[in-house]
Design a protein around this ligand. Sequence first.
Ligand code: ADP
Ligand code: MG
Length: 700
Amino acid sequence: MDETKSVQGVVDYFACNVFNDDIMRDRLPKYVYKALKNAQNFGMKLDKEAAEVIANAMKDWAVEKGATHYTHWFHPMTGITAEKHDSFITPTPNGKVIMEFSGKELIKGEPDASSFPSGGLRATFEARGYTAWDPTSNAFVRDDTLYIPTAFCSYSGEILDKKTPLLRSMEICNEQALRILRLFGNTTATSVTTTVGAEQEYFLVDKETYEKREDLIFAGRTLFGAPPPKGQEMDDHYFGSIKRRVADYMKDLDEELWKLGIYAKTKHNEAAPAQHELAPIFTTSNVAADQNQITMDVMKKVALRHGLVCLLHEKPFDGVNGSGKHNNWAMSTDDGQNLFEPGSTPGKNFQFLTFLCAIIKGVDEYADLLRLSVASAGNDHRLGGNEAPPAIISIFLGDELQKIVEALESGKLIRANKKKQFVIGVEALPNFPKDTTDRNRTSPFAFTGNKFEFRSLGSGDSISCTNIILNTIIANELCEFADRLEKAKDFTSELNALLAETIKNHKKVIFNGNNYSDEWVKEAEKRGLPNYISTVDVLPHYLDKKNVDMFEKFKVYSKAEVESRYEILIENYSKLLHIEAVTMIDMAKKQILYAGIEFTKELCETITFKKSAGITGGAEEALAKRITKLTSEVSEKTAELEKLDKKAKAIENLLKRAQCYRNEVIPAMESLRESADEMETIVPKKIWPYPTYSDLLFNV
Ligand code: ADP
Ligand code: MG
């Protein structure tokens, strides 16, 4: 009985805090609703009058939900979201207030945005950028505030955020994919949209324990910490039964997300102790990007209510798996086709193979961009660490598709009659089992039945950059294909030649084996695939001519905008490492050294006491010597790290600065950690200044 009640509950309250289609249809006059739909679906401009009506309806609805404020919510280049709250109050002549919200305020906002990173795009004298309402992502109420998803630009038109280029990349995918669909005789589809489901991994630690660690507070990850007696070697956490406290958290989280219209679908324990995952049902790229940001924020806030802290760092703990985010990606039409669905009718299969070849070619040609879309100091700890895909970008197709692709290359697959109907070499095309059991979990870019799963993202990353790049790459290839096919005298033979040629030239990016193996690293090198181990190696490729040319061709970014993005990323790399280095120095000086000295003192007092009592032998002297040695090491290495951090920080050139952090500061950090972690294993628990890995990973 109760069960039914609670199930009914979800249906009732799902999206109750979202100004969604139902509400709009309900509350807006017909002509305004229609104008809004045109804006959402076809990018048509809303007139002032309609905006006024929508703003008012939105405000009334939000106020009924308890909202007192509104905010233009945007995605600056920091990777997180930004919001400034304004109240609805407007004074009345009698000294009271009314709640007001105008069309102008809905459509355009002017945050004082001078402090957001712009990578040199926006001179400080014209610091004010503006935010513009994105009607394709629904407004929602959270914490008594109406959130309006917006794009963020400078007055001279430069893109200062992650939403604008994402929307642009979706638009060009739509244009180019439609050209291909028309060639295959599809006259019914009027739009193609890219879809994304972002699986999100995270760690939960106890809040009180967390607060005792400066590194977790400042860096989001542990910078020190000896391995616990037990890690993930027993594989007993993955899909394991969920503990009460975690289950309560997950239930609360689901409810919060559902109220915000987010289709939280799957939850389970992950491979590492204290690690979990949440997967939503997919939606359009733009909405998925917004929802993933909301999800990360809600995850953190709900955790606090449960006395927990949610860690979204890519690698919070050494020696156990870090957290990633799987970006499941596909394209679908408004007439109901998933363009990566192999299907069973031959005509559609050829359309599918065309899209497949386009993505194979794109991933091969722009592997550097995909790699850099997930590049950060934190993610460098994961990629290639035998827990996440390597830094080498390749595609997994699986056995069935592999056979087809081989047949394509040999030109054996296509037989067509005059009506552009395709007949397939039957034995070459088996049925595609929906749930392929041989899923390759080591591949960075895996075909998983009817979508591609890009697995290299770090858990804290915004998914925008990856999807901007994926969409631009596929649009670029589809455009090239369409240019050629539209001109063809004989469509079938041209298609045949095009697909065969594409496979021949780009099959080197296909790899169905174990991506974690050393053999693959060697094999990939032989194939000439790039292997950018670190962020510092890959980021400069943002500026490669072929990449800038592509972004400019499709007006996703101008050259200046690519440069600004590069600058922000490379500068962030150094900033992050600086914070980590300084945090380590602080912990070493104020906590670790002191613990070493305390323990030495205790040991020496015991030694003196024993001597005076005439007692000989015992463990104290050896232990005192060892701890003295380690304490000196920590002291010296801290001084060395301090010196190198100062040196790196003073370097003007952004790339050289980042290289110095990578080549000199990181090794110094690792070396300091080694001595400190060894100390941790011998200093008594009552003296050791911060919680250990065992305390963090096993006490929730
Ligand atoms: P797993 O990869 O863990 O086996 P699934 O394959 O069931 O799990 O789905 C993972 C994610 O892929 C989910 O978020 C799901 O919504 C998403 N997904 C499924 N189909 C598509 C699609 N056509 N486009 C984008 N994402 C999709
Ligand atoms: Mg997955």
